[in-house]
Design a protein around this ligand. Sequence first.
Ligand SMILES: Cc1cc2nc3c(=O)[nH]c(=O)nc-3n(C[C@H](O)[C@H](O)[C@H](O)COP(=O)(O)O)c2cc1C
Length: 424
Amino acid sequence: MASLSLNQIRGKNSVPDFARTRSRTTWARPSRVGFKVFASSESPGEPDLSVTVNGLSMPNPFVIGSGPPGTNYTVMKRAFDEGWGAVIAKTVSLDAAKVINVTPRYARLRAGANGSAKGQIIGWENIELISDRPLETMLKEFKQLKEEYPDRILIASIMEEYDKAAWEELIDRVEQTGIDAIEINFSCPHGMPERKMGAAVGQDCVLLEEVCGWINAKATVPVWAKMTPNITDITQPARVALTSGCEGISAINTMMSVMGINLDTLRPEPCVEGYSTPGGYSSKAVHPIALAKVMNIAKMIKSEFGDKDFSLSAIGGVEEGGDAAEFILLGADTVQVCTGVMMHGYGLVKKLCADLKDFMKAHNFSSIEDFRGTSLQYFTTHTELVQRQQEAIQQRKATRKGLKSDKDWTGDGFVKESESMVSN
Ligand SMILES: Cc1cc2nc3c(=O)[nH]c(=O)nc-3n(C[C@H](O)[C@H](O)[C@H](O)COP(=O)(O)O)c2cc1C
């Protein structure tokens, strides 16, 4: 993590063993992780999709976002086999017995007249909680995956109650499995905030700072803080997470939503025994909102933390390589996909990689770093837009088209001068 000293980073409970620290610039990876070297499968001349984030090397920037696509060994193994750059597992907590899911727990929004059954799915609401599988089972599966795929990146997503000892125990237990990094779910908008978890912490910067302090004093692998978009200014918690020692920001989690009301039954969706509760909205419809949040966070990081090596993992409505290119153009290092995998399957990563390579070839970009953050410079304030437009109008008025007078025709420039007055 940037230019802070190890003691500044780790605080009082600093881990004495240098080899287990997690600073990026002074990075010495935990021995269990080892050096991840990828034999490039790219043909010569092909754009290189590989990225290295907080010391973690990935064959491409596409990461399975925490949720159903990372719920168990079978599906996470499938993600690695299909070629995903990294996998973030479904969020775990110490006591899964407290997590009780309902079914149905999803509802979709389709484009087209009256949400026509044939319309494209553009929005997805879920009222799913974090993992309801026993922690011990999940940990065993993380360990098995790391043994079978030692050179692939597995990230544990964790969430706990407002209890320092509980966070410390959870971090210790997930780290013992050999996972490469931790993403903290400060952002689940439904169910968990009732237990002062998830978005309840991410929406309260004082609480967030305290909990991040506990986490960063304990963790020995890189920590990403996952932000909720259900807040007025997302840069505030992102700033707190980074100044409290996290190496990266992930954004966004789902948006609080009510999918709709069934006009026959007058009951809300998703409907459980006739009732519902607001849930989290994801998929294509949230992509523009996610772009705005990611842009704001990227600008804040750039202006306030300069060249410090914080990472940004963008999430929200990615189904095509172009969606990912947009996030990278705004400064994202990696791009997560959750609902897209639920709709299109794990093979989606191949299309995402192919799309992204096509985009890179069209612009002659040979690596992700060649274009990461390029479009950030084109965002400004509305006041500056007005000013720029007024200046442009003045300039257009000043540059009169064609010759001012017939006396200006010349022999040498005659053809060009004629051209300058043609309209089509
Ligand atoms: C059914 C479902 C379950 C999810 N569960 C989790 C979770 O356990 N932890 C978490 O951090 N995010 C969870 N998410 C949020 C996603 O990781 C992601 O932030 C969000 O859905 C936006 O990305 P997307 O449009 O690619 O799905 C879940 C999303 C969905 C749709």
